[in-house]
Structure formats: C-alpha cells, structure tokens
Design a protein around this ligand. Structure first.
Ligand code: PMP
Ligand code: GLN
Length: 379
C-alpha cells in the first residue's frame, strides 16, 4: 500500500537493542533499567491478580489510582487536579502523547517542538496532518532561544511539545522557560503538551519545574508522565496525563478508541504503591545521581568528553577525540567492535546534526556501568 509515513523506518531503540543482543554488547542504548522495580509493587500486582481484578478497568483509569495521582500532583506542584475529570490513565506515556496530539492537531495546524526531540512526536503529528516546526537546540547547553521561538509562533500554531527533564540532552527547563513560553503564546489559542516522564529523575538545584506549577499555562496544558520510569518497570506500560477537564474530555475521545482502558491489576498495584511509599519517588534523584556519578567517575580516564547531566538517566558523550565517523556509524561500530551499544543523537533531529554525540543510559547496576566504562575507556 501507499505508505502514510514513507520516510519512517524501525525506531532507533529497537534497532540498537537488536544489534546489542546480536553482538552480546552491553546495552546502554534503549532506555530501561537492568534491575527490578520495588518488591512491594510486584507483590501488590500478584495480590490484585489473585483477588480477581482481571476485567476491564474504567475507560479513564482506576479511580484509586487517579485519586493518588491527583494527591501527589497537589503535593508536588501546588495544583490538585480533579481525579474524575482531569486525570487519565494511558498505556504508557507513548499512548498519552499520541492521544493528545491526535485530539488537538487538525490538518494544516502547526506544531512546535525542540530538536533533538523524542522520536514519537513527529509521526503522530504527521498522521494528524499537522506541520511540525522544529526549533534546533545547540549543544552543550541545549537552551531555548525564546526570541527564535517567538519568530516561529504564528496564527497557525496549535500546539507546543516540550520535554523536561529532556531526553536525550539531559537538560531541564527552568521556571523562567515556562514564563517565557507563556509570554510567547498567551495571546493566541495555543496548547502545550509537556512530556515530563522523567519528572522524578532531576538533579538540578531548583528541581523539576512542571507545567502544572504554572497557573496560566496549566489551563492550556496536557502534562504526561510514566510509571515505567518512576518504578523501574518500563514493561508495565502504564502512564497518565493531567489536563483541564475540557482538554481531558477531548483526549479521552481518542483514548477510548485507541486502547479503551489500561491493565487493571497494574493500576491497582500502582495506586497502592503511590499511597504506601511516597518516599520511593522522592528518593529517585539520589538513587540515580549515585549511578550517574559512578559512571562519570569510571569514564574519567577515557577520551570521551562528557556533557552536563541535569536530569533523566542518560549521559551524553562527545567522541570527536576517538573517531571521525558520523554518529549512527559510530554507534554501530561501538556496538559491534567495542561491545557497548549507545544511541546517536542525530536521529532525534530533522536538520543535519553535525555534533559527535552519543547517548548512554546509566539506569544500570554498578557492575554493568563499570564493565561498560572499562570498554569505553580503552578507545
Ligand atoms: N517520552 C520520553 C521523553 C521518553 O523517554 C519515553 C520513554 N523512554 C516516553 C515518552 C515513553 O514512555 P512509556 O514507556 O511510558 O510509553
Ligand atoms: N524512551 C526510551 C528511550 O529513550 C525508549 C522507548 C522505546 O523503545 N520506544 O530509550
């Protein structure tokens, strides 16, 4: 058939993980932990399965989970969403992003995103007939130039997609960025899709700035998060979004025919976990900072130049002292010849990305990080 996405291949995450497996490389490419999530969460899942909670969940999500999310949001960001009308449980953040884009973007609408950008945004925009306006951010700081942003905003702009803490650059937005965003869009009917799946993996001094903490912006925003990141269980695929009732209603129209509802016992277990152990997500910055610092220390003698990492579980490394290959070729070489798989940054960009940067996932056990660093330090 004629392809609706002719230029699109298989995602870089699938390709690099397959190559890593084929060559038995240490896989620091696709972002997932090589350790398990909390025992309590697993036990609660087993409990709810045994107790017979095995039929469809409500379309919008299990009530106790939506309530627990509403309370957590209130405690962290000073805004308590309505659990019934403003919180929706989705099949991972991926579904929330797709449903939000599909609900909001009409043919010909312009959507602004920041490159490098997570790879699921562009195909969703394209399938809705939207036109993506990509604003390129430059390493090492990857900060938004708000003047350049204002120049891209127009009467056709419908949606702005942002991600903080940011995959892959590992930078985070400041409150001032949200202020600047608001000033640039306040006069127009423009919505905001804020991908905050790494909200609890933030090392920046001022902490994670959520769109939900901005009283004006949150009236226009869909904030997205994922339990896969927070509880080290990417395979559970449970995420959620928080948005004003009118926006949530539109998003739910898509969600109800995309997946209808999400795994029931997992939602019940996550609700128990949020209530019983709030310290778990509050301790995540320390948990991941320790891994980040172990990895950075182990790479100190290498010829890679490491970029600052303010959030996420990814570290960027510049390899220009090691190779003149382009980043995709270098990652293939690194996997097959050096035994470490990584992600090239250019795949997240539309315009040519001439920098020699790779992304390494440090959501790994210390032994994995040390073994990978030893291989990388030999280059
Ligand atoms: N957004 C970003 C920035 C991500 O890094 C990821 C997953 N790595 C997702 C969304 C998707 O999250 P999920 O696995 O919950 O679908
Ligand atoms: N978001 C994960 C990453 O950035 C990958 C998710 C996926 O494989 N689709 O590595």
């Amino acid at each position: 058939p004629e392809s609706k996405l002719p230029a699109l291949g298989t995602t870089i995450f699938t390709r690099m993980s397959a190559l890593a497996q084929q060559h038995q490389a240490i896989n620091l490419s696709q972002g997932f932990p090589d350790f398990d999530g909390p025992a309590y969460l697993q036990a609660r899942l087993a409990h709810h399965v045994a107790a017979g909670a095995n039929q469809y969940a409500p379309m919008t999500g299990v009530q106790t989970l939506r309530e627990a999310i509403a309370d957590k949001t209130g405690a962290l960001y000073g805004y308590q969403p309505d659990a019934s009308d403003e919180v929706t449980i989705t099949a991972g953040a991926t579904e929330a992003l797709y449903a939000a884009i599909t609900a909001l973007v009409r043919p010909g609408d312009e959507v602004i995103c920041f490159d490098p950008s997570y790879d699921s945004y562009a195909p969703a925009v394209a399938l809705s007939g939207g036109v993506l306006k990509r604003i390129a951010l430059t390493p090492p700081a990857f900060r938004v130039d708000w003047q350049a942003f204002a120049d891209v905003v127009s009467d056709r702009t419908r949606l702005v997609i942002l991600n903080t803490p940011h995959n892959p650059s590992a930078t985070v937005w400041r409150k001032a960025d949200f202020e600047a965003l608001w000033r640039a869009i306040a006069e127009r009917e423009i919505y905001v899709l804020s991908d905050e799946v790494y909200e609890h993996i933030c090392f920046a001094e001022e902490g994670h700035a959520s769109v939900l903490a901005h009283p004006a912006l949150r009236e226009r925003a869909i904030a997205v998060s994922s339990f896969g990141k927070t509880y080290h269980m990417t395979g559970w695929k449970v995420g959620y979004c928080v948005a004003p009732a009118a926006l949530s209603a539109e998003l739910r129209k898509v969600h109800q025919y995309l997946t209808f509802s999400v795994n029931t016992p997992a939602q019940l277990a996550l609700a128990d976990m949020l209530r019983a152990e709030p310290s778990h997500y509050l301790e995540l910055p320390d948990f991941y900072r320790a891994r980040r610092d172990t990895f950075i220390k182990a790479l100190a003698g290498s010829r890679f130049t490491l970029l600052p990492c303010e959030g996420t579980y990814f570290l960027l490394a510049d390899y220009s002292a090691i190779s003149s290959l382009d980043d995709v070729s270098f990652c293939e070489w690194l996997t097959t010849e050096a035994g470490v798989a990584a992600i090239p940054l250019s795949v997240f960009c539309d315009a040519p990305f001439p920098h020699k940067l790779i992304r390494l996932c440090f959501a790994k056990q210390e032994a994995t990080l040390l073994a990978a660093a030893e291989r990388l330090a030999r280059l």
